[in-house]
Design a protein around this ligand. Structure first.
Ligand SMILES: Nc1ncnc2c1ncn2[C@@H]1O[C@H](COP(=O)(O)OP(=O)(O)OP(=O)(O)O)[C@@H](O)[C@H]1O
Ligand SMILES: Cc1ncc(CO)c(N)n1
Length: 263
């Protein structure tokens, strides 16, 4: 049986991040990808030119259509745009018996906001408590907890601050630090450090979405959280190494790198 994985996220018209990155990742990792679209963005390699949220009823209806008939083995969340949508999605996930990977998307690589400031409190109190794994980058850690990370040693304190909001596991992405690309996965008792070479490649649009979707795909296949995160880190690292130019700005990671002979 092919496991079913659901992404609840925004559409990126440029195809590098959001729903499009999620579904490509799922295909590459051999699971059946499905989507609940929360917002539509007009986006390309230069930035986000516009964003439109979907009504709460449209999000609820998509979710019920997928979960009630088809069923899901894992869920991933990305751009949720507003407090109302964050709370709706948290309630829906809380009522579903499947692991949830929550990527608390705040801003795009270009600095465009994908989440209203007024939604942060709902992320802290409603969404993080229903997460099996939360995957904030360092900007999101600072927004959510007020903790600013400037070195690898400070990742531990940041992880503890996020875990205080209730996710089972947190993966702090140190991708924005200089040096190796180091992330810390912990549940408060176990610690797993994930280290990969930093590729000097500016075409990194969609790294976070890709990583979170790859984790959800692994969980759907029955991997443990540390196993799913290790496999996902390997996949995203290969995709970043193979990232390619597109348009005038920042190009996407290559979701299909393994189809093109990468190992
Ligand atoms: N240049 C790089 N080389 C190798 N790995 C990287 C590089 N940049 C980021 N990573 C890794 O990619 C993954 C995603 O981290 P990152 O911090 O880029 O996420 P993000 O900021 O949420 O991404 P986005 O918002 O663009 O989707 C992490 O495992 C991180 O360590
Ligand atoms: C729709 C969407 N979701 C997530 C990201 C992550 O940066 C993005 N750029 N666009």
């Amino acid at each position: 049986m092919i496991p079913n994985v659901l992404t609840v996220a925004g559409s990126d018209s440029g195809g590098g991040a959001g729903i499009q990155a999620d579904l490509k990742t799922m295909l590459a990792l051999g699971v059946h990808g499905m989507s609940v679209i929360t917002a539509v963005t007009a986006q390309n390699s230069l930035g986000v030119q516009g964003a439109w949220e979907l009504p709460v009823e449209a999000v609820r209806a998509q979710y019920r259509s997928v979960v009630d008939d088809i069923g899901v083995q894992a869920i991933k969340t990305g751009m949720l745009a507003s407090a109302e949508l964050v709370e709706t999605v948290a309630e829906l996930i809380g009522g579903t018996d499947a692991p949830a990977v929550v990527d608390p998307v705040g801003v795009s690589k270009h600095g465009d906001s994908l989440l209203a400031a007024s939604a942060l409190d709902s992320v802290r109190t409603k969404l993080l408590p229903v997460a099996t794994v939360a995957t904030p980058n360092l900007d999101e850690v600072a927004q959510i907890t007020g903790v600013h990370v400037e070195s690898e040693e400070q990742l531990r304190g940041a992880a503890a601050a996020v875990l205080a909001y209730g996710p089972r596991w947190v993966l702090i992405k140190g991708g924005h630090l200089p040096g190796d690309a180091v992330d810390l996965l912990t549940d408060g008792s176990e610690e797993h450090w994930l280290r990969a070479p930093r590729y000097d490649n500016r075409h990194t649009h969609g790294t976070g979405c890709t990583l979170a979707s790859a984790i959800a795909s692994g969980l759907a296949k029955g991997l443990s959280v540390p196993e799913a995160v290790a496999a996902a880190k390997e996949y995203v690292t290969g995709a970043i190494e193979a990232g390619f130019a597109l348009g005038e700005g920042i190009g996407p990671v290559d979701h299909g790198w393994r189809f093109r002979g990468g190992s």
